[in-house]
Unconditional design. Structure first.
Length: 320
């Protein structure tokens, strides 16, 4: 088993989500039947097989704001959403949850996970917990439980992703939202009246387990496994095949205080998110080059009439 920590946020205050274990794929051992073969055997024996219900849709929303909480200009173009950034500007990422249940939001910037800094992979990495009707502000690449490195627009060559060997992924922000698996609710039957005690304990009372034990969880989450830094670092520094054509990337900026803590969360489906959202960003010149009208109010409009050089014979007086 390999353990991945998951970040969470409660009421706008970052707090990392408790460590939940994620099994690494392996071949079944001798005598160990897979889930599919077990289901086929049950069906052959006549036992009912219940299919796994699909993950409910997650009502997530992704937006980019400046450091003061003002949304950055956003444009829809050819089926993609673009955000206008400015060189040197600090920004934050906001994930909103408009659904009825909690969701886990795994966020990446320039193809890098904002928690671990590794190449983004929502199947194995964990994210931020967003309560229903709430939102989470992610203000940088996480450095520890207390601080982050600010997101700041820089040239692609100075971006965190480029310096870690993946310049082809600059200019994009993404979120994978996972719905939470329903937690079991145990309803205890009403207590039966105590039988008369005549010097011995009743058999029912002796064999009954306390209600607390009957509804107790099966076990606490396992501790975090040590991370193999050498292998991960070696993979993340492999040379990239090509460079990005965008004008902006995201810097691993200055440190800011941003405390978080861990809370438990179990995904409805471990590797399949309920929703994936992607935003792309660039500066004004980059958006204009893509055909996005960044400054429509500055566009010159031709007059509705045909101007004449000599519209009248004499100059009329004008009061000044």
């Amino acid at each position: 088993m390999r353990t991945f920590c998951q970040m969470a946020v409660s009421l706008g205050v970052l707090s990392v989500v408790g460590c939940a274990s994620s099994a690494v794929a392996r071949k079944p051992a001798a005598g160990e039947a897979s889930a599919a073969s077990a289901a086929r055997e049950s069906a052959a024996a006549g036992a009912p097989v219940r299919p796994v219900p699909p993950s409910p849709p997650a009502a997530c929303r992704l937006s980019v704001e400046d450091e003061h909480g003002q949304p950055l200009p956003t444009y829809a173009h050819q089926g993609k959403t673009w955000v206008l950034g400015t060189l040197g500007q600090r920004y934050v990422v906001r994930v909103s949850n408009h659904g009825p249940g909690r969701v886990e939001a795994v966020v990446s910037v320039d193809g890098r996970d904002v928690v671990s800094g590794e190449v983004a992979d929502y199947r194995q990495q964990r994210g931020y917990l967003v309560h229903p009707g709430d939102s989470v502000v992610i203000d940088g690449f996480r450095q520890s439980f207390e601080s982050v490195a600010a997101f700041r627009f820089v040239s692609p060559g100075r971006s965190y992703s480029a310096r870690r060997g993946t310049p082809q992924n600059t200019g994009v922000i993404g979120v994978a939202c996972f719905a939470e698996k329903p937690r079991a609710i145990v309803v205890a039957p009403p207590p039966r009246p105590n039988p008369p005690m005549y010097g011995h304990r009743h058999a029912d009372a002796a064999g009954a387990a306390p209600a607390e034990e009957a509804s107790a969880p099966s076990g606490a989450p396992p501790p975090m496994a040590p991370k193999k830094e050498g292998a991960a670092r070696q993979r993340s520094y492999e040379p990239a095949p090509s460079a990005s054509t965008d004008h902006l990337g995201t810097q691993y900026g200055e440190s800011h205080y941003s405390p978080v803590h861990e809370v438990p969360f179990q995904r409805w489906h471990r590797t399949r998110p309920s929703r994936l959202i992607t935003l792309r960003y660039d500066d004004a010149a980059g958006l204009q080059a893509r055909g996005i009208d960044v400054y429509p109010e500055w566009r010159y409009s031709a007059p509705p009439h045909d101007p004449q050089a000599f519209p009248t014979r004499f100059a009329a007086p004008v009061d000044f």
